[in-house]
Ligand binder design. Structure first.
Ligand SMILES: NC(=O)c1ccc[n+]([C@@H]2O[C@H](COP(=O)([O-])OP(=O)(O)OC[C@H]3O[C@@H](n4cnc5c(N)ncnc54)[C@H](OP(=O)(O)O)[C@@H]3O)[C@@H](O)[C@H]2O)c1
Length: 287
């Protein structure tokens, strides 16, 4: 399949590029310098040159605290540019998948969020991502929106991806004990994104690893135990104590109503995925 990939230098973008190349796809992978998705002329030119059969949009501005003070730039990337990509996908009759977020929910619900729950995004990043979902689906009925969250993987700059490195370098670890989510290993998400464009079944999907979900603290303790860093000290903190600019949902655990009926196998439990990630890190560092 000829696949146009945006945000290819990011955590998910890299995983998608590797996965699709391994399947033998022709992957036109663009990092931000190769294709700025907020530039409509660049986007049009890339589509015309590459004539993709499928488009996987992994580009985003994931520094949610910085987004809080730059609403128009945030909207441009997560809403306006997503609409542009959807329009061009339509023009080229290409399958189109774009990634949204668990932050479209306010976190007030107990238990898992499904597609039956009304989004209620809080914060600039979250609002822009929901706008992107809607604009994509309005511009191109064939759009596939993937909501996911708590992603970890190689190249990740977030806490979940870096906790073992923090411990190994002796840095202090603060882990939140009162926010709940469903972790998602980037290579597993990449595989699912590829399956979804292949199946070409439009809709909103919730994609995460399996299991009951967890807290940042429980995830960190599990990661350190698997990595053999059980001596590392973790300071348990509450989500409110961090006083970050952007609001975050206290609970954003996701479950999908559509994947099983569509014949998509559940992704492995998050602990299995975490074990895989730590083994991958060890292999790459030559341990
Ligand atoms: N990480 C999570 O836990 C999480 C949770 C829920 C949803 N998501 C969503 O998952 C998707 C992938 O996230 P990720 O974790 O892989 O993020 P990431 O590592 O930050 O990757 C995003 C990539 O997009 C690039 N980018 C930024 N602005 C761009 C633009 N205007 N044009 C083209 N590329 C641009 C970034 O480049 P620079 O680094 O140079 O800015 C970066 O390489 C995003 O849609 C994100 O919103 C992530």
């Amino acid at each position: 399949m000829r696949i146009l990939l945006t945000g290819s230098a990011g955590m998910v973008g890299r995983a998608v590029a590797g996965h699709c190349a391994a399947l033998g796809d022709g992957v036109f992978a663009h990092d931000r310098h190769g294709l700025d998705i907020t530039n409509p002329d660049e986007v049009a030119a890339v589509f015309d040159r590459e004539r993709p059969e499928a488009v996987i949009n992994c580009a985003a501005w994931t520094d949610v605290d910085a987004c809080e003070s730059a609403p128009s730039g945030t909207q441009a990337i997560h809403a306006g540019a997503v609409e542009t990509l959807a329009r061009h996908s339509r023009r080229h009759n290409a399958a189109f998948v774009t990634i949204s977020t668990d932050y479209v929910f306010d976190g007030e619900k107990e238990g898992f969020y499904t597609q039956r729950d009304d989004p209620n995004p809080r914060g600039v990043y979250a609002v822009s991502k929901l706008d992107g979902e809607r604009l994509a689906r309005d511009a191109y009925a064939r759009s596939i929106v993937v909501r996911t969250g708590w992603i970890f993987g190689r190249g990740g700059r977030n806490f979940l991806s870096r906790v073992v490195d923090l411990a190994l370098s002796g840095q202090p670890i603060k882990a939140i004990h009162d926010a709940y989510g469903t972790p998602t290993y980037a290579p597993h998400l990449a595989g699912r994104l590829r399956e979804l464009v292949e199946r070409d079944l439009p809709g909103i999907y919730h994609v995460t690893n399996g299991g009951a979900g967890t807290t940042f603290e429980e995830f960190a303790r599990a990661a350190l135990a698997i990595a053999g860093c059980s001596d590392a000290q973790i300071e348990s903190v509450s989500i409110d104590s961090l006083r970050r600019p952007a609001p975050r949902p206290r609970n954003s655990r996701l479950r999908c109503l559509l994947s099983e009926p569509a014949g998509l196998a559940p992704l492995p439990d998050w602990r299995t995925a975490l074990t895989e990630f730590i083994a991958e890190c060890r292999m790459r560092s030559g341990e």
